[in-house]
Design a protein around this ligand. Structure first.
Ligand SMILES: Cc1cc2nc3c(=O)[nH]c(=O)nc-3n(C[C@H](O)[C@H](O)[C@H](O)COP(=O)(O)OP(=O)(O)OC[C@H]3O[C@@H](n4cnc5c(N)ncnc54)[C@H](O)[C@@H]3O)c2cc1C
Length: 296
């Protein structure tokens, strides 16, 4: 039986208390949210924190709401809540489309937005979603609050901008009008991690693409996106030629590894197909939604 190394357990009742506990135990302390990534790692002794600070009681970090011209999602929001949120679906269907294919109901009922982003798995789906949407994370410490663009949040595989004594408290996404979004994923079996996945949003202004975001996961895309393909799309007509050209840029610029999920050329092919599909569906939704300002 796999059991973790001994650790001290603390349950925080507020963000302030969690920060104070992190300060008390120092760099050997770890936050635990849903525990779906951290606890298996502890059982395998790949992680050996001396203290666990449980933040499951922090209702103050469990929300999805409009805050000015942004959507604000608390770090302790569970995957299931993101999947079922009418507010998120009203603005960006990419959320529900991605959540529907993340793991299974058991994991989605416990796993959190903050835990997923902070785990920083290179195949993580929400990282691609928030990168596509050009989200921003809010990080708190005893010294105050700082904001980091999602595209600067991951500093490497399993590494983020969150430092010792800090907590990711919120993720923010700009609200856009005349927008469509979509998520496409290929997995070996239902509930598995991606072989490759791609998400997009598209904003139309008349017969042109005025804004676009791409998110790509599991294939070594830099910052879970492809800025070069986005630049090629802005100002273009939303037609097959533009979509295929952008998808080809994504496929050639990502950096897939060869593993049990497939060879490199197969993964590049998937990227081009999935990016094209996500863009086409985003454009279709944006066309319908442009008269209403929100997604269909
Ligand atoms: C069987 C299985 C299948 C899965 N399939 C997928 C999949 O297809 N796609 C996908 O994207 N994900 C998948 N996941 C991961 C899942 O999405 C979990 O949500 C993810 O494991 C981490 O979330 P958590 O809340 O459980 O974090 P935890 O395991 O509690 O924490 C993960 C890490 O984040 C840190 N942390 C947690 N919260 C914060 C915070 N607020 N601030 C700072 N640091 C924090 C912890 O200290 C720890 O280092 C799968 C997981 C399992 C077990």
């Amino acid at each position: 039986m796999q059991v973790p190394a001994p650790f001290t357990y603390e349950r925080a009742g507020s963000v302030d208390e969690a920060l104070s506990l992190l300060g008390r135990y120092g760099p050997e302390a770890r936050l635990v949210a849903g525990g779906h990534s951290l606890l298996p790692m502890m059982k395998l002794r790949l992680a050996r924190p001396e203290a666990l600070v449980d933040i499951n009681g922090l209702a103050e970090l469990d929300y999805i709401r409009v805050d000015g011209d942004h959507l604000a999602i608390g770090a302790m929001t569970r995957h299931a809540a993101v999947l079922e949120s009418p507010l998120l679906s009203e603005h960006y269907r990419i959320f529900a489309e991605a959540e529907r294919v993340i793991a299974d109901p058991l994991v989605r009922n416990r796993g959190t937005v903050g835990g997923s982003l902070c785990q920083a798995d290179p195949s993580e789906d929400l990282s691609a979603v928030f990168a596509a949407l050009r989200g921003e994370v809010v990080i708190r410490s005893t010294g105050g609050v700082r904001r980091v663009p999602m595209r600067e949040f991951h500093v490497g595989p399993y590494e983020t901008a969150v430092g010792d004594g800090e907590i990711l408290v919120e993720v923010r996404v700009p609200i856009r009008t005349s927008v469509g979004s979509a998520y496409e994923k290929v997995e070996r079996r239902a509930g598995d991690w991606s072989i490759a996945a791609a998400g997009a949003f598209v904003v139309l202004d008349g017969d042109r693409i005025s804004d676009v975001g791409l998110g790509i996961t599991a294939v070594g895309a830099e910052h879970f996106t492809c800025a070069e393909a986005e630049a090629a799309l802005v100002g273009a007509q939303p037609d097959d030629e533009a979509v295929e050209a952008a998808a080809a840029i994504c496929a050639s610029s990502c950096n897939p590894t060869v593993d049990q999920r497939g060879p490199e050329d197969y993964k590049r092919h998937l990227v081009s197909v999935l990016v094209a599909r996500a863009l086409r569906r985003s454009i279709a939704v944006a066309r319908v939604g442009s008269s209403r300002g929100v997604e269909d």
